[in-house]
Design a protein around this ligand. Structure first.
Ligand code: SME
Length: 169
């Protein structure tokens, strides 16, 4: 069992992300199934930030994003590619930060209390494999710091797992 590092919630977001790297590194073991590592990864991220109300993955298959490992309330199981914040991020292959979800046309409200959101695509060999979605009950909870660090975290995930060889569908 990997030891859990306690996170000081008085730290800045940048400091929290920095202290998460070794924890994430130790949670993601290349010889264990990818689902195992990603499940613990969502728990670590959720535990580290009080601003997160929901964090999880959606995996792209054919023209739909399907719910993967997550922490939070039950969520939409299936999102059409191009729909909502997740589908837009997947379709445009770019990170999307939404300060106020009510102002994002087509936002899909899995939890009516969600106020802001960030979605980061996971791209391998120029194809979107999945998206990482973070929600918050606060407006404007996510910014460029989150964008930069979540991208770094996804780069770390990609060194551990070959996302283009996912075989759990
Ligand atoms: N809000 C997302 C849907 C997923 S839930 O937030 C977990 C969207 O608009 O795509």
């Amino acid at each position: 069992m990997t030891s859990v590092i306690s996170i000081d919630k008085n730290k800045t977001d940048q400091e929290i992300y920095e202290s998460l790297f070794p924890q994430i590194d130790s949670l993601l073991l290349s010889d264990e199934p990818i689902l195992t590592g990603l499940a613990n990864f969502t728990a670590a991220l959720n535990d580290a930030f009080t601003k997160i109300s929901w964090v999880g993955f959606y995996f792209l298959k054919n023209d739909f994003l399907f719910l993967g490992p997550f922490q939070g309330k039950t969520a939409c199981a299936k999102i059409k590619n191009g729909s909502g914040v997740c589908g837009t991020s997947a379709m445009q292959q770019k990170t999307i930060i939404v300060d106020d979800v009510d102002k994002f046309p087509g936002h899909i409200a899995c939890d009516s209390r969600s106020k802001s959101e960030i979605v980061v695509p996971i791209i391998q060999n120029e194809k979107v494999i999945a998206v990482l979605d973070l929600d918050s009950y606060d407006y404007s909870a996510f910014n460029q710091i989150d964008k930069v660090y979540l991208k770094k975290i996804i780069d770390l995930l990609k060194t551990k797992f070959n996302f283009s060889k996912l075989n759990f569908f």
